[in-house]
Design a protein around this ligand. Structure first.
Ligand code: 13P
Length: 340
């Protein structure tokens, strides 16, 4: 492990107000999104869609790194150029999702544990050879009447920390993603409490597993009320709660926090990120950035619909969302940008 290289890569991923584009949906998840808009669920359609994304003109103005899946990192453009080459040539760093998915956790009804540690050291070496510079592992925490349990939080936090240690050993910056889901009727206060506990546990485990925090990015949820909670706080209230929670739980040594969007609308995700980077910015020891999948891609996918004739319009929509989120990092996003 070259510590300085890891630090430089992590810093670069959050530099210049850029953020990450998560385009690492597993095959079943990508197929589910295709099915919703009537796109055939084939490997060739997934390849074509990913080619549309990575060839979007000007994407590198707002995006510093793109997270790929195992299928996508092995794919090529129609003309045979490997995706990784296309991405790197545009000045975007290729990243790779390395977990094997969140599975039902034994003895813990309704809870999930993320798998994928077996053989991870060898897989990471292969991804480094393919050109990956950073990696991602997602843990899923569900809020319910009597969950999450300590057992679930601790097992997921330890897996995240072991993954992060192996990534740093291989020279990859680990993006550590403990996602507290938005599903449910819970309040913002409950999400705050669970997120705080999860983050404390994750950072305790990162410390125990000797992970160098300067070479890590955290990818958390924002602190939000559940999707079906009757009380939905304002943009500023969400921004306040999220920043207070992160200030309590995330060490200042971490260079950047790159939020997931988690099912928020594209506009709300941008507005909330913008609010955190506005009047609260002077209180932040880390860069507050984005690593959105749906909140960047969804409008483009809706426009594309699998039709070659819609590629340019879809790329414009993708470019626009990336640009809105770059503006949000500066606290310069506003509703008027959505009209332009
Ligand atoms: P969303 O932004 O759609 O939540 O996806 C982010 C992600 O990478 C989930 O692992």
């Amino acid at each position: 492990m070259n510590a300085q290289e890891l630090i430089d890569t992590a810093k670069k991923l959050v530099a210049s107000d850029k953020g990450l584009l998560a385009m690492d949906e597993s095959t079943p998840t990508c197929n589910k999104r295709f099915a919703k808009v009537g796109i055939p669920q084939t490997e060739e359609m997934r390849r074509t869609y990913r080619e549309l994304i990575i060839t979007t003109p000007g994407l590198n103005e707002s995006i510093s790194g793109a997270i790929l899946s195992d299928e996508t990192i092995h794919q090529q453009k129609k003309d045979g150029t490997p995706f990784v080459e296309v991405i790197a040539a545009s000045g975007i760093m290729p990243g790779i999702k390395v977990d094997a998915g969140a599975k039902d956790m034994a003895g813990h009804p309704e809870e999930k544990i993320t798998e994928g540690l077996d053989g991870l050291r060898e897989r990471l070496l292969e991804y480094v050879q393919l050109g990956a510079r950073f990696a991602k592992w997602r843990a899923v925490i569900v809020i319910g009447d009597s969950i999450p349990s300590r057992g679930c939080i601790e097992a997921n936090a330890q897996a995240l920390a072991r993954y992060a240690g192996l990534c740093q050993e291989a020279g990859l910056v680990p993006v550590v993603e403990p996602e507290v889901l938005m599903d449910g009727g819970h309040t913002l206060e409950r999400c705050f409490q669970v997120t705080e506990e999860v983050l404390h546990t994750v950072f305790d485990q990162l410390y125990r597993q000797r992970v160098m925090l300067e070479g890590v990015l955290l990818k958390p949820n924002m602190v939000l009320p559940g999707l079906s909670c009757p009380k939905q706080e304002t943009v500023d209230e969400v921004a306040d709660a999220t920043v207070i929670c992160l200030l309590r739980a995330v060490p200042a040594a971490v260079p950047g926090i790159t939020f997931l969007s988690g099912g928020q609308s594209s506009e709300l995700a941008s507005a909330r990120l913008n609010a955190m980077n506005g009047s609260l910015k002077s209180r932040l020891p880390w860069a507050l950035s984005f690593s959105f999948a749906r909140a960047i891609q969804q409008p483009a996918l809706d426009i594309w619909q699998g039709d070659e004739a819609n590629v340019l319009a879809a790329q414009q929509a993708l470019y626009h969302r990336a640009k809105c989120n770059k503006a949000a990092r500066r606290g310069e996003y506003n509703a008027a940008m959505e009209q332009s």
